[in-house]
Design a protein around this ligand. Structure first.
Ligand SMILES: Cc1ncc(C[n+]2csc(CCOP(=O)(O)OP(=O)(O)O)c2C)c(N)n1
Ligand SMILES: [Mg+2]
Length: 324
Protein backbone atom coordinates (compact mmCIF):
# COMPACT_ATOMS: atom_id res chain seq x y z
CA UNK A 1 0.00 0.00 0.00
CA UNK A 2 1.36 3.39 -0.95
CA UNK A 3 1.09 5.57 2.11
CA UNK A 4 3.29 8.64 2.30
CA UNK A 5 5.54 9.42 5.23
CA UNK A 6 3.07 12.12 6.20
CA UNK A 7 0.16 9.67 6.19
CA UNK A 8 2.06 7.08 8.22
CA UNK A 9 3.05 9.78 10.69
CA UNK A 10 -0.56 10.92 10.95
CA UNK A 11 -1.69 7.37 11.71
CA UNK A 12 0.90 6.92 14.44
CA UNK A 13 0.06 10.32 15.90
CA UNK A 14 -3.64 9.45 16.04
CA UNK A 15 -2.97 6.08 17.64
CA UNK A 16 -0.99 7.81 20.38
CA UNK A 17 -3.56 10.59 20.80
CA UNK A 18 -6.42 8.07 21.03
CA UNK A 19 -4.55 6.03 23.67
CA UNK A 20 -3.68 9.07 25.76
CA UNK A 21 -7.18 10.55 25.58
CA UNK A 22 -8.61 7.20 26.64
CA UNK A 23 -6.18 7.13 29.58
CA UNK A 24 -7.30 10.66 30.48
CA UNK A 25 -10.92 9.48 30.71
CA UNK A 26 -10.02 6.46 32.83
CA UNK A 27 -8.02 8.70 35.19
CA UNK A 28 -10.77 11.32 35.08
CA UNK A 29 -13.36 8.86 36.34
CA UNK A 30 -11.10 7.91 39.24
CA UNK A 31 -10.48 11.52 40.20
CA UNK A 32 -14.08 12.65 39.67
CA UNK A 33 -13.27 15.05 36.79
CA UNK A 34 -15.04 12.80 34.32
CA UNK A 35 -18.79 12.44 34.84
CA UNK A 36 -20.84 9.45 33.79
CA UNK A 37 -19.41 6.31 32.25
CA UNK A 38 -16.66 5.28 29.88
CA UNK A 39 -16.13 2.26 27.65
CA UNK A 40 -12.36 2.19 27.24
CA UNK A 41 -10.99 1.37 23.80
CA UNK A 42 -7.42 0.70 24.94
CA UNK A 43 -6.05 -2.11 22.79
CA UNK A 44 -8.44 -1.40 19.91
CA UNK A 45 -7.15 1.94 18.61
CA UNK A 46 -5.92 0.46 15.33
CA UNK A 47 -9.51 -0.36 14.35
CA UNK A 48 -10.61 3.27 14.33
CA UNK A 49 -7.33 4.73 13.06
CA UNK A 50 -6.85 2.08 10.38
CA UNK A 51 -10.51 2.04 9.40
CA UNK A 52 -11.35 5.73 9.31
CA UNK A 53 -8.13 7.29 7.98
CA UNK A 54 -8.08 8.70 4.46
CA UNK A 55 -11.67 8.04 3.54
CA UNK A 56 -13.19 10.62 1.27
CA UNK A 57 -14.57 13.66 3.10
CA UNK A 58 -18.07 12.96 1.79
CA UNK A 59 -18.07 9.25 2.75
CA UNK A 60 -20.40 8.13 5.53
CA UNK A 61 -18.76 6.64 8.60
CA UNK A 62 -20.45 4.84 11.43
CA UNK A 63 -17.90 4.54 14.25
CA UNK A 64 -17.79 1.76 16.82
CA UNK A 65 -18.58 2.75 20.42
CA UNK A 66 -15.29 1.52 21.95
CA UNK A 67 -13.33 4.42 23.46
CA UNK A 68 -16.45 6.44 22.68
CA UNK A 69 -15.27 6.59 19.08
CA UNK A 70 -12.23 8.79 19.77
CA UNK A 71 -9.89 6.87 17.43
CA UNK A 72 -12.44 7.20 14.60
CA UNK A 73 -12.94 10.91 15.30
CA UNK A 74 -9.22 11.67 15.25
CA UNK A 75 -8.70 9.65 12.07
CA UNK A 76 -11.52 11.63 10.48
CA UNK A 77 -9.68 14.83 11.38
CA UNK A 78 -12.15 15.99 14.02
CA UNK A 79 -11.14 18.00 17.06
CA UNK A 80 -11.31 16.15 20.40
CA UNK A 81 -12.13 19.38 22.30
CA UNK A 82 -15.87 18.84 22.58
CA UNK A 83 -15.38 15.15 23.28
CA UNK A 84 -13.27 15.88 26.36
CA UNK A 85 -15.53 18.71 27.55
CA UNK A 86 -18.65 16.59 27.19
CA UNK A 87 -17.14 13.77 29.23
CA UNK A 88 -16.40 16.26 31.98
CA UNK A 89 -20.03 17.42 31.84
CA UNK A 90 -18.94 20.81 30.48
CA UNK A 91 -20.11 23.02 27.63
CA UNK A 92 -17.92 24.62 25.01
CA UNK A 93 -18.75 28.08 23.78
CA UNK A 94 -17.81 27.05 20.24
CA UNK A 95 -19.70 24.29 18.42
CA UNK A 96 -18.05 21.01 19.40
CA UNK A 97 -17.02 18.45 16.82
CA UNK A 98 -18.09 14.97 17.79
CA UNK A 99 -19.07 11.66 16.28
CA UNK A 100 -22.35 13.31 15.42
CA UNK A 101 -21.12 15.55 12.64
CA UNK A 102 -23.32 15.69 9.58
CA UNK A 103 -20.84 17.64 7.45
CA UNK A 104 -18.32 14.80 7.85
CA UNK A 105 -20.82 11.97 7.34
CA UNK A 106 -21.01 10.99 11.00
CA UNK A 107 -24.40 10.72 12.63
CA UNK A 108 -23.59 9.77 16.21
CA UNK A 109 -23.40 6.45 18.00
CA UNK A 110 -26.61 4.53 18.69
CA UNK A 111 -27.05 3.87 22.43
CA UNK A 112 -29.12 0.91 21.30
CA UNK A 113 -26.53 -1.21 19.55
CA UNK A 114 -27.75 -2.52 16.21
CA UNK A 115 -29.74 0.63 15.60
CA UNK A 116 -27.14 1.70 13.04
CA UNK A 117 -27.59 -1.12 10.54
CA UNK A 118 -30.85 0.11 8.95
CA UNK A 119 -29.40 3.65 9.01
CA UNK A 120 -26.34 2.44 7.10
CA UNK A 121 -28.64 0.96 4.45
CA UNK A 122 -30.33 4.36 4.16
CA UNK A 123 -26.98 6.14 3.76
CA UNK A 124 -26.00 3.47 1.23
CA UNK A 125 -29.13 4.11 -0.78
CA UNK A 126 -28.47 7.82 -0.63
CA UNK A 127 -24.85 7.28 -1.75
CA UNK A 128 -25.95 5.11 -4.65
CA UNK A 129 -28.56 7.62 -5.78
CA UNK A 130 -26.13 10.55 -5.41
CA UNK A 131 -23.83 8.87 -7.96
CA UNK A 132 -20.74 10.63 -6.58
CA UNK A 133 -18.94 7.47 -5.56
CA UNK A 134 -19.59 7.92 -1.84
CA UNK A 135 -19.17 4.88 0.39
CA UNK A 136 -20.59 3.90 3.80
CA UNK A 137 -18.24 2.28 6.31
CA UNK A 138 -20.30 0.83 9.15
CA UNK A 139 -18.44 -0.47 12.20
CA UNK A 140 -20.07 -2.71 14.78
CA UNK A 141 -19.03 -5.14 17.51
CA UNK A 142 -19.07 -8.93 17.49
CA UNK A 143 -21.95 -8.86 19.99
CA UNK A 144 -23.91 -6.44 17.81
CA UNK A 145 -23.59 -8.90 14.92
CA UNK A 146 -26.25 -10.97 16.65
CA UNK A 147 -28.86 -8.23 16.22
CA UNK A 148 -31.40 -9.10 13.53
CA UNK A 149 -30.97 -5.63 12.10
CA UNK A 150 -27.50 -6.58 10.76
CA UNK A 151 -28.97 -9.46 8.80
CA UNK A 152 -31.77 -7.29 7.42
CA UNK A 153 -29.21 -4.63 6.56
CA UNK A 154 -26.74 -6.98 4.90
CA UNK A 155 -29.50 -8.60 2.92
CA UNK A 156 -30.90 -5.29 1.63
CA UNK A 157 -27.38 -4.00 0.88
CA UNK A 158 -26.58 -7.13 -1.15
CA UNK A 159 -29.86 -7.18 -3.08
CA UNK A 160 -29.58 -3.48 -3.88
CA UNK A 161 -25.78 -3.62 -4.41
CA UNK A 162 -25.19 -0.73 -2.05
CA UNK A 163 -21.72 0.74 -1.50
CA UNK A 164 -21.40 -0.40 2.13
CA UNK A 165 -18.47 -1.86 4.02
CA UNK A 166 -19.68 -3.88 7.02
CA UNK A 167 -16.73 -3.70 9.41
CA UNK A 168 -16.84 -5.91 12.48
CA UNK A 169 -14.71 -4.98 15.49
CA UNK A 170 -14.41 -8.44 16.98
CA UNK A 171 -12.90 -8.07 20.45
CA UNK A 172 -14.14 -11.54 21.44
CA UNK A 173 -16.60 -10.28 24.06
CA UNK A 174 -19.93 -8.53 24.32
CA UNK A 175 -19.84 -7.05 27.81
CA UNK A 176 -19.50 -10.22 29.98
CA UNK A 177 -20.33 -12.74 27.26
CA UNK A 178 -17.54 -14.38 25.25
CA UNK A 179 -18.34 -14.72 21.57
CA UNK A 180 -17.93 -18.50 21.92
CA UNK A 181 -21.14 -18.51 24.00
CA UNK A 182 -23.10 -16.38 21.55
CA UNK A 183 -22.05 -17.56 18.09
CA UNK A 184 -21.42 -21.08 16.82
CA UNK A 185 -18.62 -20.24 14.38
CA UNK A 186 -15.25 -18.60 14.94
CA UNK A 187 -15.33 -15.84 12.35
CA UNK A 188 -18.16 -13.33 12.11
CA UNK A 189 -17.00 -12.90 8.48
CA UNK A 190 -18.55 -16.32 7.79
CA UNK A 191 -21.95 -14.56 7.70
CA UNK A 192 -21.01 -12.71 4.51
CA UNK A 193 -21.28 -15.53 1.93
CA UNK A 194 -24.93 -16.06 2.97
CA UNK A 195 -25.56 -12.58 1.58
CA UNK A 196 -23.32 -13.19 -1.43
CA UNK A 197 -20.65 -10.82 -0.16
CA UNK A 198 -16.90 -11.30 -0.03
CA UNK A 199 -15.26 -11.00 3.39
CA UNK A 200 -11.79 -10.84 4.86
CA UNK A 201 -10.48 -11.36 8.39
CA UNK A 202 -7.62 -9.09 9.48
CA UNK A 203 -5.30 -8.59 12.42
CA UNK A 204 -6.79 -5.67 14.34
CA UNK A 205 -3.54 -4.94 16.19
CA UNK A 206 -1.85 -4.06 12.92
CA UNK A 207 -3.07 -0.63 11.85
CA UNK A 208 -1.75 -1.03 8.31
CA UNK A 209 -3.50 -4.39 7.84
CA UNK A 210 -6.79 -2.84 9.00
CA UNK A 211 -6.30 0.14 6.73
CA UNK A 212 -5.46 -1.96 3.72
CA UNK A 213 -8.48 -4.27 4.17
CA UNK A 214 -10.92 -1.40 4.67
CA UNK A 215 -9.48 0.55 1.75
CA UNK A 216 -9.80 -2.49 -0.54
CA UNK A 217 -13.45 -2.94 0.47
CA UNK A 218 -14.04 0.81 0.03
CA UNK A 219 -12.48 0.76 -3.46
CA UNK A 220 -14.68 -2.18 -4.40
CA UNK A 221 -17.83 -0.40 -3.19
CA UNK A 222 -16.79 2.85 -4.89
CA UNK A 223 -16.38 0.96 -8.15
CA UNK A 224 -20.06 -0.09 -7.96
CA UNK A 225 -19.32 -3.72 -7.01
CA UNK A 226 -21.53 -3.63 -3.92
CA UNK A 227 -21.11 -4.42 -0.24
CA UNK A 228 -18.51 -6.56 1.49
CA UNK A 229 -17.36 -7.37 5.00
CA UNK A 230 -14.14 -6.86 6.94
CA UNK A 231 -13.72 -8.59 10.28
CA UNK A 232 -11.07 -7.05 12.48
CA UNK A 233 -9.80 -9.30 15.30
CA UNK A 234 -8.86 -7.25 18.33
CA UNK A 235 -9.10 -7.14 22.12
CA UNK A 236 -10.04 -4.65 24.80
CA UNK A 237 -7.49 -4.25 27.56
CA UNK A 238 -9.90 -3.03 30.19
CA UNK A 239 -13.36 -4.02 31.43
CA UNK A 240 -16.42 -3.45 29.23
CA UNK A 241 -16.94 -0.15 31.04
CA UNK A 242 -14.99 1.48 33.85
CA UNK A 243 -16.18 0.31 37.25
CA UNK A 244 -17.58 -2.95 35.92
CA UNK A 245 -15.94 -6.28 36.76
CA UNK A 246 -13.69 -7.54 33.96
CA UNK A 247 -15.32 -10.93 33.60
CA UNK A 248 -16.20 -13.66 31.13
CA UNK A 249 -19.57 -14.82 32.45
CA UNK A 250 -18.94 -14.69 36.21
CA UNK A 251 -15.18 -15.47 36.16
CA UNK A 252 -12.31 -13.01 35.62
CA UNK A 253 -11.18 -12.97 31.98
CA UNK A 254 -8.15 -15.28 31.61
CA UNK A 255 -4.90 -13.52 32.62
CA UNK A 256 -2.98 -15.40 29.92
CA UNK A 257 -5.38 -14.17 27.26
CA UNK A 258 -5.06 -10.55 28.40
CA UNK A 259 -1.26 -10.79 28.59
CA UNK A 260 -1.00 -12.35 25.12
CA UNK A 261 -3.01 -9.50 23.58
CA UNK A 262 -1.07 -6.86 25.54
CA UNK A 263 2.11 -8.17 23.92
CA UNK A 264 0.51 -7.11 20.65
CA UNK A 265 -0.32 -3.55 21.66
CA UNK A 266 -1.32 -1.72 18.43
CA UNK A 267 0.47 1.50 19.40
CA UNK A 268 3.74 -0.24 20.28
CA UNK A 269 3.56 -2.50 17.23
CA UNK A 270 3.18 0.41 14.84
CA UNK A 271 5.92 2.37 16.61
CA UNK A 272 8.29 -0.57 16.14
CA UNK A 273 7.22 -0.97 12.52
CA UNK A 274 7.89 2.69 11.69
CA UNK A 275 11.36 2.38 13.20
CA UNK A 276 12.00 -0.85 11.33
CA UNK A 277 10.81 0.65 8.01
CA UNK A 278 13.00 3.68 8.67
CA UNK A 279 9.99 5.98 8.30
CA UNK A 280 10.59 7.79 11.58
CA UNK A 281 13.50 7.93 13.99
CA UNK A 282 13.31 7.32 17.71
CA UNK A 283 13.66 11.08 18.26
CA UNK A 284 10.81 11.86 15.85
CA UNK A 285 8.55 9.29 17.52
CA UNK A 286 9.42 10.61 20.97
CA UNK A 287 8.52 14.13 19.79
CA UNK A 288 5.07 12.92 18.66
CA UNK A 289 4.52 11.18 22.02
CA UNK A 290 5.52 14.35 23.87
CA UNK A 291 3.28 16.56 21.75
CA UNK A 292 0.35 14.22 22.43
CA UNK A 293 1.02 14.54 26.18
CA UNK A 294 1.00 18.34 25.86
CA UNK A 295 -2.21 18.28 23.80
CA UNK A 296 -3.98 16.06 26.34
CA UNK A 297 -2.83 18.29 29.19
CA UNK A 298 -4.16 21.36 27.39
CA UNK A 299 -7.49 19.65 26.62
CA UNK A 300 -7.87 18.67 30.26
CA UNK A 301 -7.22 22.26 31.34
CA UNK A 302 -9.60 23.66 28.72
CA UNK A 303 -12.39 21.29 29.78
CA UNK A 304 -11.84 21.95 33.48
CA UNK A 305 -12.09 25.69 32.84
CA UNK A 306 -15.20 25.42 30.62
CA UNK A 307 -18.57 26.18 32.20
CA UNK A 308 -21.18 23.67 33.24
CA UNK A 309 -24.28 23.85 31.05
CA UNK A 310 -27.08 26.19 32.03
CA UNK A 311 -30.06 23.96 32.91
CA UNK A 312 -32.41 26.72 31.61
CA UNK A 313 -30.81 26.56 28.14
CA UNK A 314 -32.82 24.14 25.95
CA UNK A 315 -29.87 23.68 23.56
CA UNK A 316 -28.16 21.45 26.15
CA UNK A 317 -30.71 18.81 25.20
CA UNK A 318 -29.10 18.75 21.79
CA UNK A 319 -26.59 16.04 22.71
CA UNK A 320 -24.00 15.21 20.11
CA UNK A 321 -22.31 12.01 21.13
CA UNK A 322 -25.23 9.64 21.09
CA UNK A 323 -27.88 9.77 18.43
CA UNK A 324 -30.27 7.24 19.93
C1 LIG B 1 -29.86 -3.46 21.96
C2 LIG B 1 -28.86 -3.31 23.08
N1 LIG B 1 -28.62 -4.37 23.87
C3 LIG B 1 -27.73 -4.27 24.88
C4 LIG B 1 -27.06 -3.08 25.11
C5 LIG B 1 -26.04 -2.98 26.22
N2 LIG B 1 -24.72 -3.06 25.66
C6 LIG B 1 -24.01 -1.96 25.34
S1 LIG B 1 -22.53 -2.34 24.63
C7 LIG B 1 -22.85 -4.00 24.77
C8 LIG B 1 -21.83 -5.00 24.29
C9 LIG B 1 -21.73 -4.95 22.82
O1 LIG B 1 -20.76 -5.88 22.41
P1 LIG B 1 -20.03 -5.69 21.04
O2 LIG B 1 -21.01 -5.37 19.98
O3 LIG B 1 -19.20 -6.89 20.87
O4 LIG B 1 -19.14 -4.38 21.25
P2 LIG B 1 -18.00 -4.16 22.36
O5 LIG B 1 -18.66 -3.46 23.50
O6 LIG B 1 -17.44 -5.49 22.70
O7 LIG B 1 -16.99 -3.30 21.71
C10 LIG B 1 -24.06 -4.25 25.36
C11 LIG B 1 -24.61 -5.59 25.61
C12 LIG B 1 -27.34 -1.98 24.23
N3 LIG B 1 -26.72 -0.83 24.38
N4 LIG B 1 -28.23 -2.12 23.23
MG1 LIG C 1 -17.27 -7.10 21.34
Amino acid sequence: MDLTKQQLTEMYTNLVRARKLDELMVEGLKSGKMKGFFHSGQGEEAVGVGGASFLRDDDYLYPHHRGHAIAFMLARGLSPKGWVAMHYGKMLTEKPEGPSNEERGLFGIAGTIGGMFPLAVGWGLSAKKNKKGQVVVCFFGDGSSNRGTLHEGMNAAAVWKLPIVWACDNNLYAQFTPLTSAYARKDVADLAPAYDMPAVVVDGQDVLAVHEAIQAAVARARAGKGPSMVEVKTYRYRAHAEGMPDVSHADPRPKKEIEAWKKRDPVKLFRAKLLEMGTLTEAELAKIDKEADAEVEALDKMAMESPYPDPKDPSILNTWLYSA
